[in-house]
Write a protein that binds this ligand. Structure first.
Ligand code: SF4
Ligand code: SF4
Ligand code: SF4
Length: 184
């Protein structure tokens, strides 16, 4: 395992971006490259910072409050009677913990929710609230779900590019045929 992977394996895998990086792996890369300190991840709390300090043989530092405060575990709950089924929260959830489709009421799979809160800002009717929980999500599973979602998004983007390329080729062929017909 590379140093980046070892650091990443100690991070909570919520992908919440509170560390100021676009997810846990970019923060792990920044720590490995000495570009970020070990105390920038609020969800990790003191326990997580200590684990990073042990791995990197560095002294423990308390969480830097610039990046937020440690909060006890929480999960997102959709107030179902207020949900308009716009599906905006689906895209925002890094671990696909929300079930629903367009125009259908949405719900959160509590055991898969990491409490990252990323689904709250996109909700146009403010019907997602956070509640304290005793449930402990699995960072290993959260990482797998996040990576699976990233792969799916890459595949969808590639399909979109391919479709647009084919449409362009079709249009060019039609224009060429039209020009040839005019010349004839
Ligand atoms: S869980 Fe920690 S490392 Fe991961 S994105 Fe959030 S703050 Fe950054
Ligand atoms: S449901 Fe909301 S809080 Fe829970 S993991 Fe998804 S985006 Fe984060
Ligand atoms: S963003 Fe809010 S209103 Fe839209 S589907 Fe999600 S929970 Fe429902």
């Amino acid at each position: 395992m590379t140093l980046i992977e070892q650091i990443n394996s100690l991070l909570p895998q919520t992908q919440c971006t509170r560390c100021s990086y676009q997810g846990c792996k970019p923060y792990a890369e920044a720590i490995a490259n000495n570009e970020a300190d070990i105390n920038q991840c609020p969800p990790a709390g003191d326990k997580g910072i200590q684990a990073l300090a042990d791995l990197l043989d560095k002294p423990f530092k308390p969480l830097n409050p610039e990046f937020g405060e440690y909060q006890t575990p929480s999960v997102a709950i959709v107030i179902e009677e207020d949900c308009i089924g716009c599906a905006k929260c689906l895209d925002a959830c890094p671990v696909d913990a929300i079930l629903g489709a367009s125009k259908v009421m949405h719900t959160v799979i509590a055991s898969e929710c990491t409490g990252c809160e990323l689904c709250i800002p996109p909700c146009p009717v403010d019907c997602i609230v956070m509640e304290k929980t005793e449930l402990e999500y699995s960072p290993v599973l959260a990482k797998q779900r996040y990576e699976a979602k990233q792969q799916r998004l890459i595949r969808l983007q590639a399909e979109k590019v391919e479709k647009s390329k084919k449409q362009k080729e079709k249009l060019m062929a039609m224009m060429k045929a039209k020009a040839a017909a005019k010349r004839a």
